[in-house]
Design a protein around this ligand. Structure first.
Ligand code: PEP
Length: 251
C-alpha cells in the first residue's frame, strides 16, 4: 500500500485577526512544495471570523484553511453557532471537532462531537476528531480505555480515511510544555490503529493519526520518527511562522 500522506495541522485557537495575516502568508509561502506536488498536507485552523480572509491570503499555496468547531446542523435557530456549510462557504476544507478545550469549556460529549463530525462530512469537509485522556485518567491507568470510548462514540460509523483524521491529544500535554514519552505516544498510536482496524477493517489502517500536545521544533523530529504518527496538531507553535515551518521541515 502507498504510505500514508502526513498532515500538519495548526490550531490558532482564539488568536488571529487581520494583523496576523502577514504571518499566515509567511507560513503559506514556506510550506514545502506546490499545490500539486507537496510532500505533506498542511492546514491552519483559524477563528471562523478570519477564514474568508485567510483563504484569500494563502490562495495558490499548498496551505489549506480550516475551522476549529462547527454546529452539527446546516442551519437553524442556534444563536452564535456556525454551521459546517458556512465554514465551507468561507473556504474551509477541514474542521477540528471535539478539541479538549471545547469538551471542557462547552461540555461537549462524544455524541455532540459525533454530530459535528457528521455535519462536517455532509458539508464536504475533513473532520479532525480530537481524543485524549486527562492526567488523572492516565495516572489511573485508564488512558487507553478513555481513548477507546472517545473513538467509538465520536468517530462516525461511515468515517473514511479521506474525510476523517484522528488527533491524539493528551489533555495534560496541551499548552503545558509537557509531552508523553516517545514510547507512550507510540503505544497509544499503535493501540488506536488496532482499534480502527478492528472497527473499519482495511480502511482502518489508512486513517491519519496525528499527535498533538506541546509539539515544537525541538521535539518534532523525534515525534515524526514514530512510525504510527502521521502528522501533528499544533497549537501554540502554529502562531509563529518560524516555529510552524521548522516543524514542517522536520516532516
Ligand atoms: C492544541 O491546541 O491542539 C495543542 C496541541 O496545543 P499546543 O500545541 O499549544 O499544546
Amino acid at each position: 500500500a502507498d504510505p500514508i500522506r502526513p498532515l500538519i495541522a495548526g490550531n490558532w485557537k482564539m488568536h488571529g485577526t487581520g494583523a496576523d495575516l502577514p504571518e499566515l502568508k509567511r507560513i503559506a509561502n514556506g510550506v514545502d512544495g506546490t499545490k500539486s506536488d507537496s510532500p505533506y498536507d498542511a492546514v491552519i485552523c483559524t477563528p471562523a471570523t478570519l477564514i474568508d480572509r485567510a483563504v484569500r491570503t494563502v490562495v495558490g499555496s499548498p496551505l489549506a484553511i480550516g475551522g476549529q468547531d462547527c454546529h452539527h446542523a446546516e442551519k437553524g435557530a442556534h444563536t452564535g453557532d456556525v454551521s459546517p456549510a458556512m465554514l465551507v462557504e468561507a473556504g474551509a476544507s477541514y474542521v477540528i471537532v471535539g478539541h479538549s478545550e471545547r469538551r471542557a469549556d462547552h461540555g461537549e460529549s462524544d455524541a455532540d462531537v459525533l454530530g459535528k463530525a457528521n455535519g462536517a462530512h455532509a458539508a464536504g469537509m475533513t473532520a479532525i476528531v480530537c481524543v485524549g485522556e486527562t492526567r488523572e485518567e492516565r495516572e489511573a491507568g485508564r488512558a487507553e480505555d478513555v481513548v477507546d470510548g472517545q473513538l467509538a462514540w465520536s468517530v462516525p460509523e461511515d468515517a473514511r480515511p479521506d474525510d476523517t483524521v484522528i488527533a491524539y491529544e493528551p489533555v495534560w500535554a496541551i499548552g503545558t510544555g509537557l509531552t508523553p514519552s516517545m514510547h507512550d505516544i507510540e503505544t497509544m498510536h499503535d493501540h488506536m490503529r488496532m482499534q480502527l482496524k478492528q472497527r473499519f477493517g482495511s480502511s482502518g489502517a489508512r486513517f491519519r493519526l496525528l499527535y498533538g500536545g506541546s509539539v515544537k521544533p525541538a521535539n518534532a523530529a523525534d515525534i515524526f520518527a514514530i512510525s504510527s504518527v502521521d502528522g501533528a496538531l499544533i497549537g501554540g507553535a502554529s502562531l509563529k511562522s518560524d516555529d510552524f515551518l521548522a516543524i514542517c521541515a522536520a516532516m
